[in-house]
Design a binder for this molecule. Sequence first.
Ligand SMILES: Nc1ncnc2c1ncn2[C@@H]1O[C@H](COP(=O)(O)OP(=O)(O)OP(=O)(O)O)[C@@H](O)[C@H]1O
Ligand SMILES: [Mg+2]
Length: 144
Amino acid sequence: MKIEIISQNVDQTNLIAQTIAKTIKAPEVISLCGDLGSGKTTFAKYFIKALGIIENVTSPTFTLLNEYELDNIKVYHFDMYRLENSDEAFEAGFERYFAKETLDGITLVEWAENAIEILPKEYLKISFTKLGENERKISVEEIK
Ligand SMILES: Nc1ncnc2c1ncn2[C@@H]1O[C@H](COP(=O)(O)OP(=O)(O)OP(=O)(O)O)[C@@H](O)[C@H]1O
Ligand SMILES: [Mg+2]
């Protein structure tokens, strides 16, 4: 199933992130797709905050992975932009954050296209398309 939502501004993206956060149960992998500046990190920040995490959420562009934990909820936020291929992701030991058998939380990943083989068979794909300065199309699709 695929749904498409138009967000007119960041507050609406926040509301969409909060709504999706309420329905997600670990273990789950969420791939955030879309061009540079389309809103992947913005969505991830709101999503992570909606889970109750109060730490400052920053983009993992340089660290590749930022981890958050609240009570028993763990969140792994990846940005694979700087990776060249899937081998690099496997060599870095990232597989455990993507395999349902070993994942103990919720994994959010930006630029999974750069390491596509690390994605599990089933995941949630959220795609962002920039329609205007503040307008975004957000598509949510269950990949099986
Ligand atoms: N409706 C909206 N939803 C999300 N972001 C919006 C919206 N309107 C404007 N923006 C702005 O668009 C920018 C999106 O940047 P963001 O860092 O989230 O993109 P990104 O997809 O993670 O890019 P990158 O590929 O570089 O990591 C932010 O500055 C945000 O404030
Ligand atoms: Mg980003």
